[in-house]
Design a protein around this ligand. Structure first.
Ligand SMILES: C[C@H](OP(=O)(O)OC[C@@H](O)[C@@H](O)[C@@H](O)Cn1c2nc(=O)[nH]c(=O)c-2cc2ccc(O)cc21)C(=O)N[C@@H](CCC(=O)N[C@@H](CCC(=O)O)C(=O)O)C(=O)O
Length: 318
């Protein structure tokens, strides 16, 4: 099992880099940085990580093909690969509707848009020219190929990830999600002979106090639930409309209401939380479903530094 960790670049960047270095020291292999226009810039954050770490790989987890053209993304990730001496990885997903509404960007044909973007980014990183005539000059990757991961949850997006990517980052924390996802991923992989990394991009909250760790996960679970399509809500046996209910609370800014409505079943559906001893069987259950990378997603825990070190103990037992 590989281990990754997600950081949302909204804390002071010197603190974020300090935490990434601790994660690197305790055995994490990947640092994934989220990309939302209203947070700090993903690539400047990645550049700081690249310049201040030795072994951990780093990349957007995940960017999207709408806010930057493929050529800008290719140049950015090639530059991160140069700064990190070949440790860049690249995560791209369809983005989320709230972002594009706020930016006045039409969110159209996400599957074909991602396919076209990944094709162009691959061409550019390989030194080629796109149909539109773009070609990279100064920014050149160090690695033979920068691994491309897709952020995906829907059936078509999962199949597309299997078909064209090196891995998938699935915003899901429960074995049922991977049981459902694997057939679509395998359908996309088809008879390709390639390594494929199935990364469980979970909402993680670990601590020595189980209840406190679970409470720290609730607000993140509310956001994930709100962004989950109805089939995912049904899969976990949650009440129909639970996603809309969460969405309404969050849209009103009623975070207390959202947190209060997160049930133990919703916590189990959309997060991995508790003490280190509670974590190991949960990660093993994900591995049994084909997960090959566990990504500790926000909030990681009440005290992030302490939680990263506790996760180091969990990593040591795999
Ligand atoms: C678009 C959506 O795909 P989805 O994979 O479910 O999207 C949900 C999330 O993955 C998506 O919002 C991500 O960008 C969210 N996301 C992040 N989104 C961000 O904006 N920033 C982040 O940092 C971020 C991190 C992240 C990490 C992991 C992860 O799994 C997701 C993450 C969907 O509805 N897909 C369906 C329908 C696809 C569709 O639209 N099909 C149409 C069009 C087909 C075409 O496009 O050609 C059709 O069939 O007609 C499907 O996959 O079946």
């Amino acid at each position: 099992m590989k281990f990754g960790i997600e950081f949302v670049p909204q804390i002071p960047l010197d603190e974020l880099v300090r935490l990434v270095k601790i994660a690197e020291d305790v055995g994490f292999e990947y640092a994934w940085i989220t990309d939302h226009y209203n947070n700090k810039n993903v690539y400047e954050t990645l550049a700081l990580i690249a310049a201040n770490t030795e072994t951990i790989k780093m990349g957007p987890g995940v960017t999207n093909p709408y806010v930057r053209s493929p050529a800008i993304s290719a140049s950015a990730i090639a530059t991160i690969d140069e700064i990190s001496n070949g440790r860049a990885t690249f995560g791209i997903g369809p983005g989320d509707k709230a972002t594009f509404d706020a930016l006045g960007i039409a969110w159209e044909k996400p599957v074909s848009t991602i396919k076209a973007a990944i094709a162009d980014i691959t061409t550019l990183l390989d030194g080629g020219k796109t149909e539109a005539g773009a070609a990279l000059g100064g920014a050149k990757k160090v690695q033979d190929a920068i691994p491309i991961y897709m952020g995906a949850q829907g059936p078509k997006m999962l199949e597309t990830a299997g078909e064209i990517a090196d891995g998938v980052l699935i915003n899901a924390s429960n074995p049922k999600d991977y049981e459902a996802a694997m057939p679509m991923i395998k359908k996309g992989i088809g008879d390709q002979d390639k390594d494929f990394d199935v990364a469980a991009y979970t909402a993680t909250s670990i601590g020595t106090d189980s209840e406190a760790a679970k409470n720290a996960a609730k607000i993140v679970v509310a956001f994930i639930a709100a962004g989950s399509p109805p089939p995912v809500i049904a899969r976990h046996g949650l009440p129909e409309g639970f996603n809309e209910q969460m969405g309404e609370f969050l849209a009103q800014g009623n975070f207390g209401g959202a947190i209060g409505a997160v049930t133990p079943e919703a916590l189990d559906a959309f997060s991995v939380c508790g003490t280190p001893d509670e974590f190991i069987p949960k990660i093993e259950a994900l591995a049994d479903m084909g997960v090959t990378q566990y990504v500790a997603g926000s909030p990681v825990g009440k005290n992030v530094e302490e939680s990263i070190k506790l996760l180091g103990d969990v990593i040591a037992s795999f």
